[in-house]
Write a protein that binds this ligand. Structure first.
Ligand SMILES: NC(=O)c1ccc[n+]([C@@H]2O[C@H](COP(=O)([O-])OP(=O)(O)OC[C@H]3O[C@@H](n4cnc5c(N)ncnc54)[C@H](O)[C@@H]3O)[C@@H](O)[C@H]2O)c1
Length: 455
């Protein structure tokens, strides 16, 4: 086997005489695998979750994956997308793209845990001429750590091995900004690797890459982008709390401020930011600043507010329930962190459910996107294993009557009709809408309240 350098790899990428291994077939890795396989690359999807791997090998798609059903079918038929649970050696140059989770660091789990495992797996079958691209969000310093691992294996960055950090910026369900038109910031170990990688991203986002010299700068950019969102979401949610106290409507404040043609960008209130990015990546920045004896107070405060809002909501509802002598039972409606999405990671719905369980309420949860097999994972993440919650599949009269309050945390299009029926027919005495989307009907006997003095 002839051992390649990065320049030769670059030429082979143009002719698609290379293999792409994508580690982690989740929200980021799955669409990327399908896209690159559709572009004609031979893609190996490496997935360590045994259930997911089995399901994909059997061509069974769920949730958002179904949007790519026809492309998926075609690339599987052409054998351009193959699955496995670990990296495999190939004679052709290999490009490893790392899309594994980077969790909030805890005592027994560092944020880079899965990234390092995936990198080591790739390196175990690597040869000169191969390249690693990391797309996962990283804590500051992780790319340099990966550089060390590559060097320890005897490879020479920029000569016979390449490394890049190109964080994913995808916003699931965003119809305007998608994988193909979102620009990227990118660090690459050297010019040859940049030129090689650009040939791959030509098929992802038309090669719209903004190259940055320092890996740390790219790591900070990724976290800062999400810190910007968290700070603004927390700002508007704290404003909602103030509006409650002032008894003024938050929507009037946001709409009014939005008439300013410059210098203001509206953010919308709700029960708090969730998902695998916005509440988490700013914590990476906090941790990194702590290492340099610096407290990033704006982010610290935004993170605190994001924890506080679910408590504030449950306390407000509890107060109204007690005052009106309603039953101590709630239905939490909308467990995903985002509208029309099945992703329930770090979602405020679970935090509110936990608050009510701790207050001794009967708690039911409802969401048309609930995947029962994932619930234990969400309960574990939210330290709720010991709580008893029932799952309501439908918001029918017989299921909801007698409940103290319907708490709408997330509105899904699929639930609109059922929620409106509960309100119109006053099946429950009280509805609390965290996002203020349900329109007040003055003739209804059902009490409608919401965050930010709505209702
Ligand atoms: N979800 C988003 O919208 C989004 C957006 C931008 C960036 N990101 C970042 O991208 C990364 C991936 O996020 P995601 O939402 O796709 O995660 P995910 O949990 O949906 O998918 C990750 C997959 O990786 C698998 N995995 C774990 N360790 C592995 C290993 N060593 N080898 C192979 N597979 C492994 C898991 O089983 C899982 O299926 C994270 O760092 C996240 O912060 C996510």
């Amino acid at each position: 086997m002839k051992l390649l350098d990065i320049k030769e790899t670059s030429k082979k990428i143009i002719r698609k005489e290379c293999v792409i291994e994508i580690f982690g077939l989740g929200y980021v890795g799955f669409p990327l695998s399908v896209k690159l396989a559709k572009a004609g690359f031979r893609v190996f999807g490496v997935e360590t979750g045994p259930d997911k791997l089995r399901r994909l090998e059997e061509d069974l798609l769920i949730g958002n994956e179904r949007n790519l059903k026809s492309d998926f079918k075609n690339v599987r038929k052409k054998e351009n997308l193959i699955f496995s649970n670990s990296s495999t050696p190939h004679s052709k140059p290999k490009i490893g793209i790392i899309c594994v989770p980077t969790p909030i660091p805890k005592k027994n789990m560092k944020s880079d845990h899965y990234v390092i495992l995936a990198v080591k797996d790739f390196l175990s079958s690597s040869k000169p001429g191969d390249i690693i691209i990391i797309e996962s969000s990283l804590e500051v310093g992780t790319t340099e750590l990966v550089e060390e691992l590559i060097k320890k294996k005897g490879f020479h960055l920029g000569i016979n091995f390449g490394l890049s950090y190109c964080p994913e910026r995808i916003d699931p369900k965003n119809k305007k900004w998608d994988l193909h038109n979102i620009s990227r910031v990118i660090y690459t170990s050297d010019n040859n690797t940049f030129s090689a990688i650009k040939k791959i991203y030509n098929h992802i986002n038309k090669g719209n890459l903004f190259r940055i010299k320092e890996p740390k700068t790219v790591e900070v950019i990724k976290s800062f982008e999400n810190a910007f969102r968290l700070v603004n979401i927390s700002l508007v949610n704290e404003l909602a709390v103030l509006c409650d106290k002032l008894k003024i409507n938050i929507s009037d404040v946001i709409d009014g401020a939005s008439t300013k043609p410059f210098g203001f960008m509206p953010f919308y209130f709700g029960a708090g930011a969730g998902g695998h990015c916005i509440p988490k990546d700013p914590i990476f920045l906090l941790n990194s600043s702590k290492k340099f004896n610096f407290d990033f107070k704006t982010i610290q405060s935004a993170v605190k507010t994001n924890y506080f809002i679910p408590k504030y909501i449950s306390n407000t509802i509890d107060g109204i329930i007690k005052k009106n002598n309603f039953k101590k039972s709630v239905i939490i409606c909308g467990m995903s962190y985002k509208m029309n999405m099945p992703d329930m990671r770090d979602s405020p719905g679970f935090k509110i459910a936990k608050e009510f369980s701790e207050k001794g309420y009967d708690v039911m949860i409802h969401d048309p996107f609930i995947q029962k097999n994932l619930l234990s994972k969400y309960f574990y993440e939210n330290e709720m294993e010991e709580f008893k919650l029932s799952i309501l599949s439908k918001l029918k009269k017989e299921n909801v009557s007698g409940t103290g309050c319907l708490v709408i945390v997330q509105h899904h299009t699929k639930s609109i009709n059922e929620i409106q029926r509960v309100y119109k027919k006053s099946y429950v005495p009280f509805i609390y809408d965290c996002q203020g989307k349900l329109k007040k009907h003055y003739k209804k006997s059902c009490l409608l309240k919401g965050l930010g003095s709505l209702g």
